[in-house]
Design a protein around this ligand. Structure first.
Ligand code: ZN
Length: 444
């Protein structure tokens, strides 16, 4: 079939999911149908409840609980977030309503004609235009995640006319599904980086990425962009599309460009435009992606881990370069160019705070680090060095401490940082004074 038609069918009728997908060619080019009519009395007789909010109706056989009753209201609260993210004006959502079926006993929904016509099987959830089906999930958090995931598909498909290519479709649904909800203040935030495992029970995307990395299955950005949701995807694929979307959406150097992508979901050339948009700094993007996935943790602080790529100059002959390294940032350029195999002497001094104990008392630290705690097998706060030669340098470093001769493994720019987890930089304070000079032969 012609590519454009195939793309339209794909965009309109493919259901992603933690869900699966299918095609319905006969209605593919038409508007999404309104949700089916429901007979409230018949539903009540069968033990189903209907809970309305402004922009959503929940139909469920779940017992009443605050966690269930609030679900349709979450759609109301998510709507402004989706509007901002996907640039949809108020007028377009005035009459937008979603029907959500939250299912414990599938047979009841089938008997009442409330089952999706086009697909009899879906694993966890399904989005078909203005209707969403959700099976029961093990935690309230993950039930909300699944609702927001499927509802994001619905928002995009009904209001943008497409969800874009598979990786982007599922990536945006995963990104918007990853939320923080405070029932007391009724604040709902979407696109958050979960602070801890406990903050996102049963979500598990961080653990899946870590497992893949440990088993040597790191995916490049291009490999993630090949993830195709026209087949049933394993959970790990959802973890990868989430990771890429979260990385691009939060990284200060890449996020403004990423947030333009909703404008192209109807384009056949979405992936080509996407690659072109990042062509000028693609090497750095790939390096930072690699660093992100290899150091991924709950609460990963991309703003502080972001690398300011500043190419170095060779130090003046016989002279030395003095510079300051911040304790609360990731890798920082020294502005010094080094040559493979030609050692440099790096010395550092300074007193900074590297962490706080449970009572809130600061842990003072010097460039040799503290042995009260370790990260990546080295003392917390220890000064580390690497050379950026345009490859995977930032995951391959050497400890320096107070002073060391460092033999660059490659020709490039010298980068330094203190040793700390990517989710623990924010509470550091202070800086290190560093001196870099050519190492004398007898220093080695
Ligand atoms: Zn999906």
């Amino acid at each position: 079939m012609p590519f454009r038609l195939r793309r339209l069918l794909q965009n309109r009728w493919l259901i992603g999911a933690i869900c699966g997908y299918f095609l319905l060619p006969s209605v593919a080019l038409g508007a999404w149908p309104a949700p089916r009519t429901i007979d409230e009395d018949r539903l009540a007789d069968a033990g189903l409840r209907i809970i309305d909010a402004e922009h959503a109706t929940l139909v469920t056989d779940f017992a009443s609980s605050p966690e269930v009753e609030v679900l349709p209201q979450l759609i109301d609260l998510a709507l402004p977030h989706w509007q901002r993210r996907f640039r949809v004006k108020d007028k377009k959502v005035e009459d937008w309503r979603l029907r959500v079926y939250l299912i414990k006993d599938e047979a009841k929904f089938r008997a009442l004609g409330l089952w999706p016509n086009q697909s009899q099987e879906f694993l966890h959830g399904l989005s078909l235009g203005y209707e969403v089906w959700l099976r029961q999930q093990p935690t309230d958090y993950y039930q909300r995640h699944l609702l927001l995931h499927e509802a994001t598909h619905s928002f995009m498909s009904t209001l943008l006319g497409s969800c874009g290519p598979g990786w982007y479709m599922e990536g945006m649904a995963e990104l918007c599904g990853t939320h923080a909800w405070d029932p007391r203040s009724r604040e709902l935030r979407l696109g958050v980086m979960p602070k801890s495992r406990e903050a996102a029970p049963h979500w598990g995307r961080v653990a899946l990425i870590r497992k893949a990395i440990d088993e040597g299955r790191a995916l490049s950005i291009d490999a993630v962009m090949k993830i195709d949701n026209r087949v049933v995807l394993p959970s790990e694929s959802y973890a990868w599309v989430w990771a890429l979307s979260a990385f691009l959406d939060r990284h200060p150097a890449y996020r403004d460009r990423f947030r333009q992508a909703p404008g192209w979901v109807l384009s056949e050339n979405f992936n080509r435009r996407f690659r072109a948009m990042y062509a000028r700094d693609r090497t750095q993007l790939d390096q930072e992606w690699r660093l992100f996935i290899e150091s991924l943790d709950y609460g990963h602080d991309l703003a502080r881990e972001a690398i300011d790529f500043n190419p170095g100059q060779p130090p003046a002959a016989g002279g030395s370069q003095r510079l300051t390294i911040q304790s609360n940032r990731g890798w920082q350029s020294t502005g010094v160019a080094v040559t493979a195999g030609q050692p440099v002497r790096i010395s550092a001094k300074g007193r900074y705070i590297i962490a706080h104990d449970p009572s809130g008392a600061p842990w003072p630290c010097e460039p040799n680090g503290v042995t009260l705690d370790y990260h990546a097998g080295r003392p917390l706060g220890e000064l580390l060095a690497t050379v950026d030669a345009g490859d995977g340098a930032f995951t391959d470093w050497r400890p320096i401490g107070l002073a060391a001769d460092y033999t660059p493994p490659a020709t490039g720019t010298l980068y330094l940082r203190v040793n700390d987890a990517p989710n623990a930089l924010a509470d550091n304070e202070g800086s290190l004074e560093v001196r870099v000079k050519a190492a004398k032969q007898n220093d080695q």
